[in-house]
Design a protein around this ligand. Structure first.
Ligand SMILES: Nc1ncnc2c1ncn2[C@@H]1O[C@H](COP(=O)(O)OP(=O)(O)OP(=O)(O)O)[C@@H](O)[C@H]1O
Length: 479
């Protein structure tokens, strides 16, 4: 008690047992001044060593002028003060990335630590309920360190003993606005430690032009757009099935077309076939020449085409059985990607029950058995409810674009995805800002990542058709 209560507060604490006149008053011992001074000096020393250890660059920048002045006189300090900015400027101009990595981001991190996070830590923790103020003392989670990247602050915190990750994910909004960020994503660093990702600006706010068509035929992961950290976003299509959910105008088309664009050289080489189901006739019909006879628009044609894909799948399964367990695309056995725009129209909205059941059965068969024999499904839909799409869990990879309701996020990405920062219901409905922006949760990681697909314009699709039919890849590859 003596250690925990500041000043003489302990002296005023009295307690009684109920219904008696017995009074307990704690004994207060005066600590000798020398002990207090030694403790404060030890703390000061510890603080200094910790600051030097954690912020070597900032400390060097602050101490160097003093050391130079004391050692070589003030003239040398002035000469260096004029020389160093020129050196720094040359470094920035010649090697910007290394300058930012070594000097820029650590300095910014130090500034943000002092000016934003330390300054607001106590009030934000207390008001959000993540810290407690008990009997004159603050019990706060520990702010361990701040790192800066080009677009976000990564704040490592040590939770209070007894706190759960959910306590933090539930307060992501408090944290974001408390520290002046648009959003806050919570991920686990290790037991008891979390990393809060607080964006300083949105690197995906500008639409991206279509990704150049690859030079080489490949069935590997296709570049679709960009991730929030600026790295290319590559979507695996071979050996999986992909479901893309988003409200009308969310930009589902740009995912379908970017995937087809990335596969174009492989389509020309005969290693990939794209089978297109276009019940709305507004999306895939634009590049119809790419699909040849494997294009369907009416519900009956769609059911027939899906059953044809099932037949290919079963024929391959019979042939491969006992010989090979995975598929390598060849001209004889190309990778078949069945692309379905607005799959709910076929599985829920169409009136013909017979066709509906045939479609559902074929889709379920393809998504459960297709990936090992080189048949994949990439489907887009607006409404992710189970009544509309009861096989959504058969798609290993899912992408949530702008959604109308917060509950729909977990329906698409799985339980807890929204708590972990997949705020698909907050994506802007303004096409320039939000179309093509989405959250992806990969099989290997529970933390959703924010991405934006490149926009494939009508002109880009026309170019793709020209390349595919005339073979002028080189002329248009960067088009
Ligand atoms: N990746 C993108 N980047 C920027 N703008 C985009 C992107 N994708 C689409 N848009 C814009 O948003 C509009 C709607 O896109 P799109 O038709 O692909 O949405 P959708 O989700 O397929 O909608 P619907 O379900 O109604 O067909 C496009 O006309 C375009 O202007």
């Amino acid at each position: 008690m003596l250690r925990r209560l500041p000043g003489d507060e302990a002296r005023n604490l009295v307690s009684t047992t109920p219904d008696t006149a017995v009074v307990f008053r704690p004994a207060v011992m005066q600590t000798p001044a020398i002990v207090t001074i030694v403790i404060w000096l030890a703390r000061l020393l510890r603080g200094l060593i910790r600051t030097l250890w954690r912020h070597p660059i900032a400390c060097t920048a602050a101490l160097a002028p003093v050391v130079v002045t004391l050692t070589y006189g003030w003239r040398m300090a002035v000469v260096l003060a004029g020389f160093l900015p020129a050196l720094g400027l040359s470094w920035v101009l010649l090697e910007r990335d290394s300058f930012l990595r070594v000097v820029g981001w650590p300095l910014l991190a130090w500034w943000r630590l002092v000016w934003v996070y330390r300054r607001h830590w106590q009030p934000v923790m207390i008001v959000s309920g993540l810290g407690r103020h008990l009997r004159g003392r603050d019990y706060l989670p520990r702010l361990v360190k701040v790192r800066c990247t080009s677009w976000a602050d990564l704040v490592t915190v040590k939770m209070l003993n007894g706190q759960a990750v959910k306590d933090w994910t539930d307060r992501a909004d408090h944290l974001a606005h408390g520290f002046g960020a648009r959003s806050c994503r919570v991920s686990i660093a290790r037991a008891g430690r979390l990393v809060l990702t607080l964006p300083r600006h949105d690197p995906l706010a500008e639409p991206l032009p279509a990704v150049p068509i690859p030079e080489v035929a490949s069935v590997g992961a296709v570049e679709i757009g960009r991730c929030e950290d600026g790295t290319p976003y590559r979507l695996k299509v071979h050996g999986t099935h992909v479901l893309i959910a988003g409200a009308t105008g969310a930009g589902k088309g740009s995912y379908l077309w970017s995937a087809i664009r990335g596969l174009l050289p492989a389509m020309r080489a005969g290693l990939v076939q794209v089978w297109a189901l276009d019940p709305k006739r507004m999306e895939l019909s634009f590049g119809r020449a790419l699909f040849g006879p494997r294009y369907a628009a009416t519900p009956a044609e769609c059911a027939d085409l899906l059953e044809a894909a099932v037949a290919v799948m079963q024929e391959r399964a019979d042939r491969f059985g006992g010989n090979q367990r995975s598929h390598t695309p060849t001209v004889a056995d190309p990778f078949v990607l069945v692309v379905v725009d607005e799959v709910a129209f076929l599985t829920a909205y169409q009136s013909d029950k017979g066709l509906r059941e045939r479609t559902k059965a074929a889709l379920a068969t393809l998504t459960t058995q297709g990936r090992a024999v080189g048949v994949g499904v990439m489907a887009a839909l607006q409404d992710p409810r189970k009544e509309v799409m009861n096989i959504r869990n058969l798609f290993p990879d899912k992408i949530a674009l702008r959604l109308d309701e917060s509950e729909q996020v977990d329906m698409v990405l799985g339980d807890g995805a929204r708590d972990r920062g997949a705020l698909a219901d907050h994506i802007s409905p303004v096409p320039e800002l939000g179309a093509g922006v989405g959250y992806v949760r990969l099989e290997t990681s529970p933390d959703p990542i924010r991405v934006r697909a490149a926009y494939v314009s009508d002109e880009d699709i026309r170019t793709m058709v020209a390349i595919f039919s005339t073979g002028r890849a080189g002329a248009h590859a960067r088009g």
